[in-house]
Design a binder for this molecule. Structure first.
Ligand code: NCD
Ligand code: ZN
Length: 346
């Protein structure tokens, strides 16, 4: 059987929620990834180091026995974050970044930043203390078309942030457009981007053609084919500025299959397999290891992982749902065939 063995990867953008959902989804991530950058958009959001440490313990409790997994915590930036909290975060071995959500941009972002210029003193503190800023790069302007929100955010905000804080390490999260790829390529080495499996594999037809398919709905929304091609090119180019971040974002199936469905694709069940699919389609499987296991760790100045994972070339069908005791999460690719499968740990 054809196999592919790579250094154990990291997921540099992951939502694991809490409570029963956390218990359902975390084992999926921990069986393949050694570490993950954990998003702080809980209700209420994780805004302090003290809260992040409590959340970290809850995550560790959900790791299956015998599995080695390290959550890398982040804090949710608000208009009331203090410089003192930034100093504490930078000094903490468990907190690795701040996440900027423009207020109202996505799931659980009501406490996000309403006035980006007003938090420039906080960016200055992050730059000084050398803690990365992770950005959900979309404007929330009602007048701006949803398919243009990332491009406009880059023009209206990101260009200025990058210019004013040249030493600040920034990750433009889950890039979805040619413009975002070009921005990151042209920027300094301090600026990188994560790319999700859904944005590599699907264009907006998957969401909107032949019936509306809520499990392909996430933010930033998947775009037209030309953008998908730019993302595939960036991910498989060997440029260390682009690395793996699934943005796996579980929601109960009932909250997605409804008249106002939540944004977020659940991909942790088969994250590496989905990326392998995307890389293989363009003959770039040899580029998967660095994208999944090296560039993200290097950006966050973490040691590269030592173990390995093996994928086997074998066809399997993604189950329709995950979860038990009435909890149901529909995975990305439900009922579809995938051609790579993660080999169970020996
Ligand atoms: C994420 C979520 O559900 O928390 N949703 C999504 O569509 N990606 C939030 C986010 O990363 O935008
Ligand atoms: Zn996210």
């Amino acid at each position: 059987m054809k196999t592919l063995t790579i250094t154990r990867p990291d997921d540099l953008h992951l939502h694991v929620r809490n409570g029963a959902v956390l218990k359902t989804v975390l084992p999926h991530t921990a069986r393949q990834f050694a570490r993950a950058i954990i998003m702080p958009n809980l209700k209420p959001p994780v805004t302090t180091v003290a809260q992040a440490l409590v959340y970290r313990e809850e995550i560790l409790q959900a790791v299956p026995a015998g599995v080695d997994f390290t959550p890398l915590m982040t804090l949710y930036l608000t208009g009331s974050t203090t410089v003192d909290e930034i100093e504490k975060a930078a000094a903490s071995e468990h907190v690795h970044a701040f996440k900027l959500y423009p207020a109202g941009a996505t799931t659980n972002s009501d406490s996000g930043v309403a006035d980006i210029k007003a938090v420039y003193p906080l960016f200055a503190a992050m730059e000084k203390h050398d803690i990365p800023l992770l950005i959900h790069g979309e404007v929330t302007d009602e007048a701006c078309d949803i398919f243009d929100r990332e491009r406009v955010f880059i023009d209206r905000y990101l260009t200025d942030i990058a210019k004013n804080f040249p030493g600040l390490r920034i990750v433009l999260e889950h890039v979805t457009t040619t413009e975002a790829v070009q921005f990151v390529q042209a920027a300094s080495a301090h600026i990188a981007a994560t790319i999700t499996p859904q944005h590599l594999l699907f264009n907006r037809n998957a969401l909107l053609a032949g019936g509306i398919k809520p499990h392909y709905y996430c933010l930033p929304i998947i775009k037209r084919e030309a953008h998908r091609l730019s993302l595939v090119k960036a991910a498989t180019s060997g440029n260390p500025k682009f690395f793996l971040g699934t943005d796996s974002a579980p929601h109960l199936s009932s909250l997605k299959e409804t008249s106002c469905g939540c944004a977020g694709c659940y991909s942790a069940h088969a994250a590496l397999e989905l990326y392998a699919e995307a890389f293989e389609r363009v003959g770039a499987l040899d580029k998967l290891e660095a994208f999944a296991s090296f560039y993200g760790a290097d950006f966050y100045r973490l040691p590269r992982n030592s173990g390995s994972v093996t994928l086997e070339k074998t066809t399997w069908t993604v189950p329709p749902v995950y979860g038990e005791n009435g909890l149901s999460i529909t995975p990305l690719g439900a009922n579809e065939e995938l051609s790579w499968k993660l080999k169970a740990a020996a």
